[in-house]
Ligand binder design. Sequence first.
Ligand code: ZN
Length: 251
Amino acid sequence: MRYLILSDIHANFEALTAVLHHARRKRYSKILFLGDAVGYGASPNQVMEWLASLGSQVVIVRGNHDRVCAGLDSAEYFNRYARQAADWTHDHLESRHLERLRSLPTGPTRIEPGLLICHGSPVDEDAYVFSAHDALAAFQLVEEKVILFGHTHVPSAFIASEGDGRHMVQVRLLSGKRTVLDLNGANRYLINPGSVGQPRDRDPRAAYAIYDHEIRRLYQYRVPYRIDLARRKIRQAGLPPVLGDRLLYGA
Ligand code: ZN
């Protein structure tokens, strides 16, 4: 099956709209959303409304910001700006969206044989997979060959191969307007499609991917969007201005 892979929208409706427009003629049967629908951005209700409209076309795992913004956990381990945004989001979400946010399933979720999705790492939605070392630990927790994850906001692929009885992990950053990654059936993969609404790899364009599990091919894309609008909405909402400014730099 062919999937549209989205992660870390963070209430940035302008970025989401641009991504959906870019993907409109691409074939896919389902959307896999890897968590963090809200938090940071000024449009949590629009993003939740869109998710609700998808019905069974989307499979979602919640993110750590979804959990905190829903009021299921305290924001004490968030930095000051993330905490302010979480409080703002909780206060501004319509009750039906807040309810939905509270009921989002915790990952990991198996999509089909050999394919798993999660937010952070396969057993911890708060864990970051940044390095080969993190990836090796994550690979040991599950047996799927392909694991799609979010949370770091950095489009990347960690490729595990076995040589001389030892596991080796190769790290590949997925940068540029369009990247094609052909997966080798002998290897295992941890792949992050990047963040739709708050990229952090110094490329401010929205990130997403299309993945075909049948032919094991991933297409990763970057899409320009109206950052000025998203930034203005953040300021007008009374959210910390730095949350809008960082969108300009993809940081
Ligand atoms: Zn996130």
